[in-house]
Every structure is written in C-alpha cells, then in structure tokens.
Write a protein that binds this ligand. Structure first.
Ligand SMILES: *Cc1c(COP(=O)(O)O)cnc(C)c1O
Length: 355
C-alpha cells in the first residue's frame, strides 16, 4: 500500500461546531455536509457532528444515507427535489426541502404525502443563481402556506458576498423588504456570514467550510477564526535525491537548483487530489518541519526540498495539509480555495477517522 492517507479528526469537527455556536449563540445550526462532507466522507463527518440541530445535503441519496445510518435530525435538501417523483423519498425519509422555483410548488400541491413536510422558501437576494425574485416571493409563500403538504415554512436566502465586510448590505435590504413582519423563521447565513455578519444569523445558520476547519474569508486564516483543521492529508518520502547546481527536478524541468539540493520524493500527486497548479514554493512539512515543494506536481508524486532537514529519509512522514500546513495556504499557492482541494481528494486515498 502507498503511504498516503487522509486522517479525519472527530474532535476537530466537534470543536468547529462548538465554535459556530460561539459565533451564533442564538441560532440553530444546519451543518452543511454536501459534496460527500466537503470531501471528508459524509458518514465520517456526521459522526463528529452528532450535536448538530440539522444537516443539509444536495441529493435524496445523501439524505437517505444519513437516515440509514440512524441520524434523526432534520435533513434539508439544498436544491429541493429535481422531479415530482423524488417527493416519495422526501415523504418516506421525512426530509426538509428548499423550494426555489414554481414547478416545485406545483409538485408539492399535486403530491400525496403521508404527512406534511417543512420547506425552506428561497429568495434570490442578488446572487442570481437559485430562488424566487423579490416580486414573486410573497405569492410563492402564500401558495405554500395554503398547501396541505406543507407543515412549516422557513424563509431563506444565500449571500453572494458574505466574505466581504459590507458585502451583504444590499442583500439584507432585500431581505428586510421581503421578509419583514412575517411569522416565519429565517435562515440566511453561510460560514462567512456566521463569522463576520452577526446581523444575519437569524434562526438557522448554515455553516459548511468552517466546520471542516478551513477559512471562508480569504484575508483571515482559519486559525485566527478559532477553527481547527479536520483533515490531515499525510504521506511519506519514497525516494531522496542529491542534485547539483544547474540540475533540475520533474517534468518540464521547472525547478533548477542554484546550489547542491537534497530532494525528497513524496507519494502524492494530482491523481490523489493534490493541485497540479501548486508550483515551486508551496508549503509542505517533512518530519514536522515546514519546507517547500519543488517543480511540477506529477500524477502520483511530487518533490520537496529537504536540504535543511538532515534527518529526512525514505519513510519520513510528510504533511500535505493539516495542522502545520493550512489547506488554505496550499490552495492559495494553486490559485484556488480550500473548499476545492478538500472536495477533490481522490477516492483512491484511504480515509482514517480518529477520535
Ligand atoms: C454550500 C452552502 C452553504 C455553506 O456554505 P459555506 O461557505 O461552506 O459555509 C450554505 N448554504 C447553502 C445554500 C449552500 O449551498
């Protein structure tokens, strides 16, 4: 077996969930576990989030996996159902669903359910992705309020710019106009809004990325927000090379040594989900010591500078990301965000849950 493994920390998940409650003490928490728990494994992360008030996923199959594993909290389908037929599963597994377009209301009106369900009625507050326009929102709400298959309505929106300090001002004006004086609960905030837009917390917050210990805000590190990384992507050196000034490393010879350099070869490449766009200088740790990658990432391997790590040898442990190397720092070096790297860890990487 190759030495690569993704360790998943249940204590870190519980810590980050508690941190959400510190930021939003009066809100209930819908833990967003879509995309296979942001790449950590849906049922892996659910184990660390047993204290959550609800879960949110995309597809009925993910919701059913949570129910089959015994979770009884509300499970919200973030895009609702994609067809009228899927209401059968919504009914059987007692799921909550987002309603974001008129056909979903029609399907609900025409369905035969064993008991009414709760819906989250989505307002488009400026992102122009999903949701009813402000002018159509009240009509949709009235239809749902008189629909026998609907037990409860939660008013909902999703922000396009909650990571920018005044990025929700306009959206909150729309929310205030459309949702004011309504006898319904509200759900507005993603992670960025949880940490820096307290006036958006309302009744239900919907954190995703912060639960996994990565930052929702480019200018702030996860550690400065009190978050702990849940995933440690770990591997080991499988070769060590000594090269001379003028010699190069890897495809394209992108790194050329300017002095004698000790090069470690790590069993991790882009086929494991490590970003190929992370160039020379991306942070990485060998034997617990921070250093940098060298040259181009290959499919199954990458190179690392161990010139100043005397004890580095075949078998030395390597942290690709985790507590020493924030996933956000690797993402920044690759021109992307932590979300994408976490979601992209390949299925060939074994996961080990601990705690
Ligand atoms: C993914 C998602 C979230 C969570 O977003 P984060 O930035 O990861 O906190 C919240 N609400 C909706 C509707 C989402 O799709």
């Amino acid at each position: 077996m190759r030495p690569i493994v993704a360790h998943i920390s249940l204590p870190a998940l519980a810590h980050n969930l508690a941190q959400v409650r510190q930021y939003a003490p009066h809100a209930k928490v819908i833990s967003v576990v879509k995309a296979n728990g942001y790449g950590h494994g849906l049922l892996n992360v659910a184990q660390g989030l047993t204290d959550t008030d609800a879960f949110a996923v995309l597809s009925p199959s993910e919701a059913i996996a949570l129910r089959d594993a015994g979770y009884q909290q509300p499970v919200l389908l973030l895009e609702g159902v994609f067809s009228a037929e899927q209401l059968v599963d919504v009914d059987r597994y007692r799921l909550d669903m987002v309603v974001h377009h008129a056909a979903q209301i029609t399907w609900l009106q025409q369905a035969t359910l064993s008991a009414p369900i709760r819906v989250f009625l989505k307002l488009d507050s400026g992102m122009h992705r999903l949701g009813f326009q402000p002018a159509d929102y009240q009509h949709a709400r009235t239809q749902l309020a008189s629909c026998a298959n609907v037990s409860d309505i939660v008013l909902m929106t999703h922000f396009a710019n909650a990571d920018v300090s005044n990025g929700v001002t306009q959206a909150m004006q729309t929310v205030a106009q459309v949702m004011a004086d309504q006898p319904y609960q509200r759900s507005l905030a993603n992670s960025a809004a949880v940490v820096q837009q307290p006036h958006t917390h309302a009744d239900w917050v919907r954190p995703g990325i912060m639960l996994y210990g990565a930052t929702p805000i480019a200018e702030k590190t996860a550690a400065s927000l009190g978050l702990k990384p849940v995933m440690t992507l770990q591997s080991a050196l499988i070769s060590v090379q000594e090269i001379q000034a003028g010699e190069s490393v890897g495809y394209g010879s992108l790194f050329i040594a300017d002095k004698p350099t000790k090069v470690g070869i790590v069993a991790c490449g882009y086929a494991d989900g490590y970003p190929r766009h992370a160039g020379t200088g991306t942070p990485i740790a060998v034997n617990g010591k921070l250093t940098r990658t060298l040259g181009r990432v290959s499919m199954d391997m990458l190179a690392v500078d161990v010139t100043d790590i005397a004890e580095a040898q075949i078998g030395s442990p390597v942290e690709l990301w985790g507590a020493l190397v924030p996933v956000d720092a690797v993402a920044q070096a690759a021109g992307t965000i932590g979300y994408e790297l976490l979601c992209a860890v390949a299925s060939r990487v074994p996961f080990k849950v601990y705690g």
